[in-house]
Design a protein. Structure first.
Length: 352
């Protein structure tokens, strides 16, 4: 039997699995390893943190197939020298002939004192639940600070505002405008939305340290009840430990077939792979489709064709349930239309 092991059942890993199952040889067995017994819709974690949706809203069941086994546990180590994966609560390691690494990312705290210990996060399902518990249990007029004004920070802050009109919400932005990677039309629209909805935005932020009850920024310490960290990510620590060549963001450098150049039975997808595009669910999903095509050919003992160029369709974001923003048809758009489009993408993801 040819043993394929997929680490991570996220957008990339799930698309690879679906692609392989379309035409899987009889002599192939797939093992999927994930900490959760379901595919997590990470793009919806902000709703769990804000308390506007239930857990079930952001879960999708994994496919059932005779040639697929699942291991729901934490990974302790990826042993590429002996081609095996060491699992926390398994007595036997999982060997592989072909390995797919799609373990996603984790928060980058940039060495800031107290950030890891005293902030909430939306990087995993468990952390999003924790954030939702902390925010949901706040009394009236308590203070919530969101650190980071990229897409995640914007969606968390706006969704918390929609969920709790009584809370005092502060957004700390390191730059001179929110959503630095987006068009200026979108930036101005989002800034206006926050002003109209009484969310304080502080630009030029430089968080010096975080305490249990406060955030210190540029010499000013703000009393705070819950702090949510959305100020950058980096690849999963298991990936950073691997002896493969990496870029300046600690992502593994891959060839045109998404393989590690000197270990071509190892494929890397999503936030763990070096790429020209910014990390996103869309990017991981498309990479997953390409890897499935390459790996299917390899498993059928064929020479794989070089994958075609990725064609990303833009980025969508929400401002609560009825407003949003995004790049659609290569144009910046704001309001109800991009919000409906985001809901449509979610609907399709759940019924993939």
């Amino acid at each position: 039997m040819k043993r394929v092991v997929i680490l991570g059942g996220g957008y990339g890993g799930l698309n690879i699995l679906h692609g392989l199952l379309e035409n899987i040889p009889k002599d192939v067995h797939i093992t999927v390893v994930d900490r959760n017994p379901y595919h997590s819709l990470k793009t919806e974690f902000y709703t769990i943190a804000a308390g506007t949706e239930s857990d079930r809203h952001a879960r999708v069941d994994f496919p059932v197939h005779d040639q697929v086994d699942y291991v729901f546990d934490e990974i302790e180590k990826i042993d590429v020298e002996n081609e095996q994966v060491i699992i926390k609560n398994l007595t036997e390691n999982i060997p592989y002939d072909y390995l797919v690494i799609g373990l996603g990312c984790e928060d980058n705290y940039h060495g800031i004192e107290g950030a890891r210990e005293f902030t909430e996060s939306v990087q995993t399902f468990a952390k999003a639940r924790s954030a939702g518990y902390s925010i949901g249990n706040l009394g009236a007029y308590k203070n919530v600070t969101v650190v980071g004004a990229g897409l995640s920070g914007i969606e968390v802050a706006s969704e918390v505002r929609e969920s709790r009109s009584d809370l005092n919400i502060r957004l700390l932005d390191r730059g001179d405008t929110v959503l630095k990677a987006f068009d200026s039309k979108i930036q101005k629209y989002v800034e206006k939305w926050f002003k109209e909805n009484d969310v304080e935005v502080i630009h030029g932020a430089n968080v010096e340290y975080v305490e249990k009850d406060g955030v210190c920024n540029n010499g000013i310490c703000y009393m705070n009840d819950v702090t949510v960290w959305t100020a950058g990510v980096r690849p999963n620590f298991l990936v950073r430990e691997l002896p493969f060549e990496k870029d300046n963001q600690d992502k593994i450098i891959v060839n045109d077939f998404y393989q590690v150049p000197h270990s071509q039975n190892v494929y890397v997808v999503g936030d763990c792979a070096s790429a020209d595009h910014s990390p996103s669910a869309q990017l991981a999903g498309q990479q997953g489709e390409k890897i499935a095509e390459v790996l299917t050919a390899v498993l059928h003992n064929r020479v794989p064709e070089r994958p075609s160029e990725l064609k990303l369709k833009g980025t969508l974001g929400s401002l609560g349930k009825s407003d949003g923003f995004g790049n659609m048809m290569q144009k910046p758009m704001t309001g109800m239309l991009p919000r409906l489009a985001k809901s449509g993408v979610l609907w399709l993801s759940k019924r993939h």
